[in-house]
Design a binder for this molecule. Structure first.
Ligand SMILES: *[C@@H]1O[C@H](CO)[C@@H](O)[C@H](O)[C@H]1NC(C)=O
Ligand SMILES: *[C@@H]1O[C@H](CO)[C@@H](O)[C@H](O)[C@H]1NC(C)=O
Ligand SMILES: *[C@@H]1O[C@H](CO)[C@@H](O)[C@H](O)[C@H]1NC(C)=O
Ligand SMILES: *[C@@H]1O[C@H](CO)[C@@H](O)[C@H](O)[C@H]1NC(C)=O
Ligand SMILES: *[C@@H]1O[C@H](CO)[C@@H](O)[C@H](O)[C@H]1NC(C)=O
Ligand SMILES: *[C@@H]1O[C@H](CO)[C@@H](O)[C@H](O)[C@H]1NC(C)=O
Ligand SMILES: *[C@@H]1O[C@H](CO)[C@@H](O)[C@H](O)[C@H]1NC(C)=O
Ligand SMILES: *[C@@H]1O[C@H](CO)[C@@H](O)[C@H](O)[C@H]1NC(C)=O
Ligand SMILES: *[C@@H]1O[C@H](CO)[C@@H](O)[C@H](O)[C@H]1NC(C)=O
Length: 637
């Protein structure tokens, strides 16, 4: 009986199953003529695609054999996304009749298997963009896909195993504009491999094993990426022909010399960072009149002379950081006239010379991580457009204001720099921050952190009333900060963390401080009176790692507990009820506990007082009695 029931059940379920269409439409997402069937474990497209379907996304499925059947006999596609399947075979001629198919994505499949079969995929009649990346393709295999692709403009062969670009690789795809061969193992490019591609403007050969380009002659190329190869040499054909190259990325190679660029060029962006350049003293004989961006960082340069830049009249960004440059000087306004950013950080600079009219457009100057100890005191005052100055990690001293500056003490002045807004002078072993140090300089951000023992004058920040927004005085190991902050009406963010502060600076009711970091100090109490000044504006307070007293900060406790204040480091904000008790989290403090603690101490005090009183009384009584006795004795006598 039971066995019969089971059989019956099985039969019913079979009937039900066969009653459904054999391949039911899975939950594909259909928007007008676009069908999205991502990640549904499909081996082929659903049968009932809408007629005239234009976009089919079958990515992340299990398609193995790509044929008319897999695509449900539709040919109307404009875009086909077959990324991340297991395709190892394509029916030859499949795309021939797809006269609208412009974008074909076959990336992340197993097409090297198809490549080994040496079968041609047939015409890619209309395809303009083809992605064959991550298919394990070897040298020559791309030929089976490209042999007849007359309209192909955009090709990706990224992340394959191609070692050589042959002369005939692209002979069936003469419309190519952009080729990406990133992340292959290309060692060799045969002469003329790209010559027939008259419209080629973008070539990405990054992350390969190319050691040199000897006769660069791709006149139409606009973007050439050779980053992450083993390039030692880049030479151009010596001719007067015009080149359209705008962007050349040679970063992360082994270049010993500056590349030899075409004479007649319009290069705008040149990246030679992370190479082995040791020496630019040869000077440049090729004008780079259009060059706007030059990155020479992370090389071994010891000396960059200003004459090197004479033929780069349009340069806006110069990065020579992370080299071994000992001195840098620009004496005239004739070179680097339009440069806005100069990055000289992390060298061994001991001297910096800026002539009277030099660097008239400079806005950002990065000098961090050098050995600058003395500078011409007015060096920054001569830079009319300077907005940002990074000086952290040097050994500079700051001059007092112009008025009471003693000349010749090697200090550098930060007053009267008309456009300076961001100044970082942390980690300079600054001894003092004198009064009026920033007079007539509209600083918005000032970082004087990690200058141990920095003695800041009361008036150090005077003149910044309307401009200063951010003030950072972290890890200076100071126990008090007497500098007047209450006049700084724009000040919103103050970081005083990592010091030994036992009291807070004074602020008044006009304060607009929104965030305050007091982490890791020696604060026992926040002095309600002083905090009141901040109450109106303060939104965020970091307060962890301070020896706070619970009962002397009930105002603050209330602010925290009523969520009037955001305390992001709340878990580390603890306090103690008295010297003997263990720290508790500020969120758990109760006023009752403080009152109880208070009451018990009242009682003890009262008891002690009573005992004292009793003792006094006893003493008095005793005293009177002995007097009486004396008297009586007297009487007796
Ligand atoms: C792929 O499918 C087609 C048609 O469905 C079939 O003729 C062919 O044998 C299949 N090829 C492979 C390698 O599975
Ligand atoms: C392409 O179209 C032609 C004519 O319409 C037809 O004979 C041929 O079988 C089609 N080929 C494919 C692969 O669909
Ligand atoms: C070229 O194809 C790649 C991937 O195949 C794509 O990311 C890129 O947007 C395409 N570029 C153009 C200009 O069509
Ligand atoms: C190159 O581009 C031009 C203009 O876009 C076009 O007329 C020409 O047909 C293209 N050449 C090739 C070989 O595709
Ligand atoms: C060159 O390729 C690398 C690696 O893919 C990439 O990080 C870099 O941004 C590219 N350079 C340019 C100028 O596009
Ligand atoms: C710089 O290169 C030139 C030749 O290119 C050489 O004569 C000179 O010694 C080099 N200087 C340094 C400091 O390496
Ligand atoms: C740097 O090079 C310039 C010009 O080649 C030369 O005058 C100067 O002495 C060099 N400086 C150093 C420190 O080598
Ligand atoms: C060089 O400096 C520029 C400007 O600051 C920056 O954009 C670029 O990323 C830096 N280059 C490297 C390799 O860090
Ligand atoms: C911090 O200051 C104290 C004296 O106030 C001193 O003993 C200590 O060495 C200083 N620590 C540092 C890191 O400078």
């Amino acid at each position: 009986m039971a066995a019969f029931q089971l059989l019956f059940l099985l039969m019913v379920s079979c009937v039900v199953a066969s009653a459904r269409p054999s391949r039911q439409i899975p939950p594909c997402h259909i928007v007008q003529m676009d069908v999205i069937c991502r990640d549904l474990s499909l081996r082929s497209a659903p049968d009932n695609l809408p007629r005239g379907v234009q976009m089919l996304d079958l990515s992340l499925n299990q398609v193995q054999n790509l044929s008319q059947r897999t695509l449900a006999y539709h040919t109307s596609f404009h875009r086909l996304n077959l990324q991340s399947n297991r395709i190892h075979f394509i029916q030859p001629g499949l795309f021939q009749n797809m006269s609208d198919l412009k974008v074909l994505d076959l990336s992340k499949n197993h097409l090297s298997v198809f490549g080994f079969s040496k079968i041609n995929v047939g015409p890619l009649t209309a395809v303009e963009s083809l992605d064959l990346s991550s298919n394990g393709l070897y040298t020559g295999m791309s030929d089976y896909f490209l042999a007849d692709s007359p309209l192909l403009t955009n090709l990706s062969l990224n992340s394959n195993s191609i070692t050589k670009i042959g002369q005939h690789t692209f002979k069936g795809s003469l419309s190519l504009k952009k080729i990406s061969l990133h992340n292959n193992v290309i060692l060799e490019i045969e002469d003329g491999a790209f010559d027939s591609l008259k419209n080629l403007t973008e070539l990405d050969l990054s992350k390969n094993s190319i050691t040199c380009i000897r006769d660069f002659n791709l006149h139409r190329l606009k973007v050439f990426n050779l980053s992450q190869n083993s390039m030692e040499l880049f030479c151009s054909v010596d001719s007067r022909a015009a080149y359209e190259l705008q962007t050349l990325d040679l970063s992360k190679n082994k270049m010993l010399y500056f590349p030899s660029l075409p004479q007649n060029n319009v290069l705008r962006y040149l990246d030679v960072s992370r190479n082995l350049l040791g020496n630019l003293s040869k000077g440049l004989d090729t004008p780079l009149n259009d060059l706007m961006y030059l990155d020479l960082s992370y090389n071994r340069l010891t000396n960059v002379s200003e004459s090197f830049f004479t033929l780069m009249g349009s340069l806006e960004v110069l990065n020579v950081s992370n080299n071994c440059i000992g001195s840098f000087s620009v004496t005239t306004g004739a070179v680097l006239r339009s440069v806005r950013t100069v990055h000289l950080g992390y060298n061994s600079l001991r001297s910096l010379t800026v002539g009277a009219d030099a660097l008239p457009s400079l806005e950002r100057l990065y000098l961090q991580g050098n050995d600058l100890a003395t500078l011409d005191h007015g060096v920054f005052q001569r830079l009319p457009k300077l907005r940002q100055l990074q000086l952290q990690g040097n050994g500079l001293k700051i001059c007092a204001s112009e008025r009471n500056r003693r000349t010749g003490d090697g200090c550098v002045s930060f007053s009267y720099i008309p456009n300076l807004q961001f100044l970082d002078i942390s980690e300079n072993n600054l001894p003092t921050l004198p009064a009026d140090a920033f007079a007539e300089t509209p600083l918005r951000l000032l970082d004087v952190s990690r200058n141990p023992g920095l003695d800041m004058d009361q008036d150090a920040l005077s003149g910044l009333d309307r401009s200063l927004v951010h003030l950072l005085v972290r890890e200076n190991n100071i126990s008090r900060l007497d500098t007047h902050l209450s006049a700084l009406r724009s000040l919103k963010h103050v970081d005083l963390s990592g010091n030994q502060l036992t009291s807070l600076p004074q602020w008044n009711k006009e304060s607009s401080i929104e965030s305050l970091n007091l982490q890791s100090n020696n604060l026992v109490t926040l002095e309600d009176g002083n905090m009141l000044g901040l109450k109106r504006s303060l939104k965020t307070l970091y307060m962890g790692s301070n020896p706070l007293s619970c009962c002397r900060n009930l105002g603050f406790v209330h602010m925290v507990q009523s969520s009037a204040l955001d305390v992001p480091d709340l878990p580390s904000v603890t306090c103690v009820y008295d010297d003997a008790s263990a720290p508790v989290n500020i969120g758990a403090v109760s006023a009752e506990a403080c009152r109880a603690a208070n009451t018990s101490s009242y009682i003890i005090a009262a008891v002690l007082a009573l005992i004292g009183l009793a003792a006094l009384l006893a003493l008095l009584v005793k005293c009177c009695r002995s007097r009486k006795r004396k008297h009586s004795r007297g009487y007796r006598a």
